[in-house]
Design a protein around this ligand. Structure first.
Ligand SMILES: [Zn+2]
Length: 373
């Protein structure tokens, strides 16, 4: 699969000039193609190469070629029906005209002054997406005086998607417990709530004061609080992803529904800005880093269904305790939900697998972990 890394380059005259010349070359080919009713690359090349080299002698021939390809595709896309005026200052780079060095955070680019090396600004995506750097697009924004390069990376397909047997971990996001995992692990929110409580107390005091310095302190406080929550989410997601499972099943968060069912209200009241969406994002990209995946399941009935016998009844749950009306099975309510999530996640995993690979499976999906506590 492909991913794009957007990286900031220095605002450099040579790059700006190269982009301008690339644009000019592209425009010449666009006009020729429109007048001669062709987007065929060979014909465009025959008809324009000399003209472009004559008019723009400093643009390297490899870039003249990619400018022609860019023009050809644009002509094809508009079916030669209207004249195209090129506006954006972009350069298409391929493996002949660019090379990305992730370890030194540099990129080598063909320019009007030959091949040059540029530093790129740091991005966490550099380490997240390692692979084959196939091509790139340089984008110049003259108004804001910024230059970016979008590097396309081909990363290997996840190994986990090739497995026939997988271990799926169900993750339930509760209230008293931030998360409860189907392997009986709990992440308690007690500490989080305590710290939150402290912040709330301080905030109230500062709001009451209402002075300018109190406002400043208030702003600082909310930044610190956000960082605290983010750190907590980092720690939890890191721990979860390091567990010996191939896939992690989560309930699909539906913001509209969460508002209705009141659970999120309770969430917010207790945890303030604690964000389940952020935790989800962290689990997702940390899992990706280690070649694991996250699957999403429909949250309907996960808290009402008995994870032992499958009986569904909203009276099965009394607050934090789950007790099945049918078989009498008793368990922590969040743990029961996480086990249902695991089972649903396993079938979702196999659905995704057959959809992505159209392979046939002779074995039935695994449904482990639904036994007694
Ligand atoms: Zn039951």
């Amino acid at each position: 699969m492909f991913r794009t890394i957007k990286l900031k380059l220095p605002y450099d005259r040579t790059l700006l000039e190269t982009a301008k010349q690339f644009k000019e070359a592209t425009q010449i080919v666009l006009d020729y193609g429109f007048e001669n009713k062709t987007f065929n690359k060979n014909r465009l090349n025959k008809g324009t190469y000399r003209m472009v080299r004559g008019k723009i002698p400093t643009l390297p021939s490899a870039l003249v070629q990619t400018a022609r390809d860019t023009a050809s595709e644009a002509l094809k896309a508009t079916k030669l029906e209207k004249k195209i005026k090129r506006k954006s200052l972009t350069i298409r780079y391929d493996n002949r005209t660019f090379k990305f060095y992730p370890n030194s955070h540099t990129v080598s680019l063909t320019t009007v002054h030959g091949r040059l090396i540029y530093p790129v600004a740091h991005s966490p995506l550099i380490d997240r997406y390692r692979g084959e750097y196939t091509n790139a697009q340089l984008v110049v924004d003259e108004r804001s005086k910024r230059i970016f390069i979008m590097v396309q990376v081909k990363i290997p397909d996840k190994e986990v998607m090739k497995k026939k047997k997988v271990k799926v971990l169900g993750i339930d996001r509760g209230i008293k417990n931030i998360t409860v995992l189907s392997n009986n692990m709990y992440f308690n929110s007690k500490h989080l709530r305590e710290v939150k409580g402290r912040y709330q107390f301080l905030r109230k005091k500062l709001q009451h004061l209402g002075t300018r310095s109190a406002h400043r302190k208030l702003r600082k406080l909310s930044g610190r609080e956000r960082r605290f929550v983010r750190d907590a989410n980092h720690v939890i997601s890191k721990k979860i992803v390091s567990l010996p499972y191939d896939a992690f099943a989560l309930e699909a968060l539906n913001p509209a529904r969460m508002k209705q069912n009141g659970q999120s209200k309770k969430f917010r009241k207790m945890l303030g800005s604690w964000s389940p969406a952020e935790l989800q994002k962290f689990i997702e990209y940390k899992a990706e880093d280690v070649g694991k995946i996250v699957v999403y399941i429909n949250p309907k009935y996960t808290s009402q269904k008995c994870s032992r016998c499958g009986y569904i009844d909203k009276d099965n749950r009394y607050g934090s305790v789950f007790k099945c009306k049918n078989c009498g099975f008793e368990l922590n309510a969040d743990l029961n939900a996480s086990r249902n999530i695991e089972v649903l996640g396993t079938s979702e995993y196999f659905r995704l697998l057959s959809a992505s690979q159209s392979l046939r499976f002779d074995e039935t999906p695994l449904t482990s972990g639904a036994g007694d506590q």
